[in-house]
Design a protein around this ligand. Structure first.
Ligand code: G6P
Ligand code: MG
Length: 961
């Protein structure tokens, strides 16, 4: 078995049956079937009628059914009285029931000593092997195989292989069951089934959406088949003889066609066309089709089999779900593998799914953007319904672009989707289609959505800037907010496009001016500390979410445990919002702003949305927060694979699957999108344990292959012209049809903490604080002192005062700090160069000899004095100390400043630290760190030594993040 390609179900467990059904969905783009068991389960009726009410899906409790059949043809929608249009679940044709002497094979109740089901991701084949000990005596080995042909997308092939240890009769029953519902609702106006010759069953259903769906199934195997059935279910039943050591093979071939096919052919046509080909031949062409598709996109991860498999599972479903050459549909929110989101199309299309296709298979990306172009009429109808000019794309779109979302909060307010659509069009143009696309097919969308925005904007008296009031950003827990940053930025982007390309679709010069003016005026709200981008106006004034008290069970969503009203009035976030904005427009925000947003929003973020973790991983990678990137990657990658917690039970989290690809490519490989960079950019941050990350990429018409190891980046240019790249922040180029390698940047600068690393002033600090604490009658010991190391003076005082029996005014505190500093400075008077700690001189000179830049990064305001006393007054290439910074360690500011002053990037710097706060500051700065002294005992540090005297220079320089 090829490693890294198989998802396995090792034993049958009814509790995870539905999750595996979703995860094991097969499909050809055109046709999709959930991975339901051929023999089905007892007590799992699929024809129950019930009413699913419109709800917040995050907190919705799905109907508890033991199994959920799903047969989907993208684009087959029907009306639902409460839920508007929804994708229709079509008749089920996978059924194959086996019985011996009246006993039915039943995964749950039969004696099955061996069971294994595997989905081969490489060739998209589902295979189940089991041993069935029948009550009547014979032990039968059963193998079910199935695939939906990639090469013949209308065809589903099944093969059953049986072996018995003794002769026995076995009854096999297989047909079509059209007595199915969609979310409990019956969409079939008319259902016609009948047996056929050759042995099979034919089915036609007329949907309430006006489509006709044709299904024909044939059983191929030596038996006298007799038809059996009732109005909505027909099957063939046959008795077959099993002899020991003589395998019995049976095939079930099914074809599906619909009246909405571009060329409507009967299923019999597809079956007849394949009739002469054996199962193995059909399998071989199908496998070849899939291998070809993998060639354009497979992401290889070496050293981490779990991540490898998770990525492949994601890519498999992305490959499966895309409908080739059909812009009348996009990819629905559950990847045509369940009904949780009614088969509708969301902003997922542009912001999550599109990039995967853009950079691996641009022709398929084209149908996704064309989907919005061809559904413009629906978007115009939406705008009109809301009383606006232009076009307003649906939060939940059906195939015609019509708003189907039954929840007013999202439908009315989550308007960013209309700008996301424009962003997607521009992304396609930048990555593959060229500007012609924006001036051609997309122009009308840009102008019509621009016209909508002009009317949707609000103007406040006395304020020259436009505003977008009453919107919901990606964070759906802040429902009706003003000037959501994400929305405003995306709308500005869309308006710029309309201004630039609108003429092609009839925008007047005046309109273009207005588009442009509005784009320029839309504000990005900021906090009184302007480094913090606010999610929306007044976000900082919302209530604290009180997670400690209210979010009891962290394995379940926050939304499932509190009232919606609490979600809406507090600062809790469902998912990345400002961070998502920063991920899309990385150049518009400094690292400091991104870090500030990260620190501010993360504690408020519930990640209730499956879309949250992936974006967080990407932003963490930008900040070189390796641990956080890894943590969020793990959360994101497991969403569908986590069968124990429901996983894909209600369908594949297809946008999450696409986010997984984005984490690997935009996160760990550090690729910038075509909207963010002209050149193919690689800025890797490989997780520990990943020895290689390799992937093909299509970059603006050129094909390339990227390989990243801890030591180097190698890019192979498959095209016939030079490939312009930026690797490790250095512009370069790869000649046609050749490879180039860039070694990972070495450490070029070392930033030393001062107290406790270069000199023993940490002891003087202790004595000075101790004197003060004693005088004030405050308990203070060396354990508390550990917390002060690396921490600035006033913060240190606050830690000491935690034990005080009274409160101190700011003036008193300033006086205390002054007193401590006086004592401390007296100690410093006696300092000489001899106080440099052992080993320091050798390390400093050794590094300098090797051309390494040297800096000090200390929270101390006394650093200049100390350096002077140590005779190092002008020794260092840069000094950043307590006088330069606003926030002391563990904030990374001081190290980032030191690096900047050295003219180096964080990845080129190494920190030497003796304090926990300093080690954390280095980590948050994205810098490698070598711990000495007390910090060497911390479990989290990777490189450690007792003191500088115990460090070899080469060992120091080999340290990596
Ligand atoms: C260093 C020391 C801390 C000290 C801080 C501020 O980081 O490790 O213990 O509190 O500097 O020092 P200062 O000299 O400004 O009081
Ligand atoms: Mg220190």
């Amino acid at each position: 078995m090829k490693e890294g390609w198989f998802i396995e179900e090792r034993c049958f467990n009814p509790a995870t049956a539905k999750a595996f059904e979703g995860l094991f969905t097969l499909g050809s783009g055109y046709l999709h079937v959930r991975g339901s068991l051929e023999e089905h389960l007892r007590d799992a009726p699929q024809n129950e009628t019930y009413t699913r009410l419109p709800a917040n899906v995050t907190s919705e409790k799905f109907r508890e059914t033991r199994a959920k059949w799903g047969t989907y043809v993208p684009g087959i929608f029907g009306p639902h009285p409460l839920l508007n249009s929804e994708m229709i679940n079509l008749p089920w044709f996978l059924g194959l029931e086996l019985s011996v002497a009246g006993e039915k094979l039943d995964a749950e109740h039969s004696r099955i000593p061996a069971y294994r089901r595997t989905l081969d991701l490489e060739t998209a084949v589902l295979r189940r092997e089991l041993t069935w000990q029948t009550a009547a005596g014979p032990t039968i080995s059963v193998i079910f195989e199935r695939f939906v042909s990639g090469a013949r997308p209308h065809l589903c092939l099944q093969r059953l292989t049986l072996r018995s240890d003794r002769s026995t009769e076995i009854t096999i029953r297989g047909g079509i069951d059209a007595d199915v519902r969609t979310n409990g609702y019956d969409h079939f106006r008319e259902t016609r089934l009948s047996p056929t010759d050759p042995a099979g069953v034919r089915c036609m259903v007329q949907t309430d959406g006006g489509d006709e769906v044709f299904i024909e199934t044939r059983l191929i195997g030596a038996a006298d088949w007799r038809p059996e059935g009732e109005s909505r279910r027909w099957a063939l039943v046959g008795e077959l003889c099993l002899h020991p050591d003589q395998p019995l093979l049976l095939e079930k071939r099914t074809a599906v066609s619909t009246s909405r096919d571009p060329a409507v052919l009967t299923p019999a046509h597809y079956l007849d066309e394949a009739a002469a080909a054996s199962f193995d031949t059909l399998h071989a062409e199908h496998a070849e089709h899939w291998r070809n598709r993998w060639r354009s996109c497979d992401v290889r991860v070496e050293g981490d089999p779990e991540s490898q498999l998770a990525l492949r599972a994601s890519l498999y479903h992305l490959l499966r779900a895309h409908v080739a050459d059909d812009p009348r549909v996009a990819i629905d929110a559950k990847g045509f593998a369940g009904e949780a989101y009614w088969g509708r199309f969301f902003w997922d299309t542009e912001m999550y799914l599109l990039p995967f296709f853009l950079y691996t298979d641009p022709a398929r990306a084209r149908t996704l953007v064309d989907f919005r172009v061809q559904s413009l009429a629906g978007a115009k109808a939406n705008a009109q319904r809301y009383g606006y000019a232009g076009a307003r794309y649906a939060w939940e779109s059906d195939a015609h672009g019509v708003e189907c979302c039954p929840n007013w909060q999202y439908a009315d307010h989550e308007v960013h989707v209309t700008a996301d659509v424009a962003y997607g069009l521009a992304h396609y143009a930048a990555a593959a289609g060229g500007e012609e696309y924006l001036r051609g097919p997309a122009a009308a969308v840009l102008v019509e959505t621009g016209r909508y925005w002009l009317e949707r904007l609000d103007w406040r008296p006395g304020d020259p800037r436009p505003h977008l009031l009453g919107v919901m950003g990606p964070d759906e827990y802040t429902p009706i907010s003003n000037d959501n940053s994400y929305t405003n930025r995306l709308v500005a982007f869309a308006l710029h496009l309309a201004a630039t390309h609108g003429e092609a679709a009839g925008a007047t010069a005046d309109e273009q001016r207005r588009f442009c003016g509005a784009a320029e005026g839309l504000p990005i709200p900021r906090h009184s500390d302007p480094t913090l981008v606010l999610q929306c106006e007044g976000f900082d004034l919302l209530a604290e979410p009180a997670f400690d008290r209210l979010w009891i069970d962290r394995t379940r969503t926050f939304a499932a445990q509190v009232s919606q009203e609490r979600l809406y009035r507090s600062k809790c976030l469902k998912q990345a919002d400002v961070l998502m904005l920063m991920a899309l427009f990385p150049h518009e925000f400094t690292d400091e702003e991104v870090r500030c947003a990260w620190d501010y929003y993360l504690p408020y973020t519930t990640h209730d949305s499956s879309l949250s973790a992936g974006i967080h991983a990407i932003v963490a990678a930008r900040l070189r927060l390796k641990d956080e990137a890894w943590r969020f990657w793990n959360a994101s990658k497991m969403i569908d694979l986590d069968t124990a917690h429901g996983g894909a039970a209600e369908g594949i989290h297809i946008a999450g699957a696409a986010a997984n690809w984005q984490v690997a490519i935009f996160g760990f490989a550090g690729v910038r999108t075509a909207l963010q960079a002209q050149r193919l950019t690689i800025e890797p941050l490989l997780p520990d344990g990943w020895s290689r990350l390799a992937f093909p990429i299509r970059w603006k018409g050129q094909g390339a292959f990227v390989e990243i190891t801890p030591d180097a980046v190698v890019i192979t240019n498959h095209s016939s012209s030079p490939l312009e790249v930026t690797v490790f922040a250095t512009p370069d180029s790869v000649p046609p049809a050749s490879s180039r390698a860039w070694p990972s940047p070495a450490i070029r600068g070392v930033i030393f903490d001062l107290d406790g690393v270069l000199c023993a002033t940490d002891e003087s600090h202790y004595l000075a604080w101790k004197k003060l604490a004693d005088e004030e009658g405050i308990a203070f010991d060396r354990r508390v002192n550990e917390r002060l190391k690396g921490v600035g003076r006033m913060d240190s005082l606050d830690i000491i005062l935690e034990k005080a029996t009274r409160r101190y005014t700011p003036e008193e505190k300033a006086a205390l700090a002054e007193r401590k500093n006086d004592t401390y400075r007296q100690c410093l008077q006696a300092m000489t160069p001899a106080d440099l700690l052992p080993g320091a001189e050798a390390v400093l000179h050794g590094l300098r000899q090797r051309g390494i830049k040297l800096a000090v990064g200390s929270s101390s305001r006394n650093a200049p004095l100390i350096l002077e006393r140590l005779g190092l007054g002008s020794f260092f290439d840069a000094v950043a100390d307590g006088n330069d910074i606003r926030r002391s360690k563990p904030d990374p500011e001081v190290f980032l400043l030191a690096a900047e002053r050295l003219g180096l990037r964080p990845r080129e710097c190494l920190v030497v630290e003796d304090a926990a706060a300093g080690v954390e500051a280095a980590r948050r700065a994205g810098m490698a760190c070598f711990a000495v002294g007390e910090a060497a005992g911390l479990p989290t540090v990777r490189y450690r030594a007792a003191s500088l005297a115990a460090i070899q220079i080469e060992e120091l320089l080999a340290a990596r993040l």
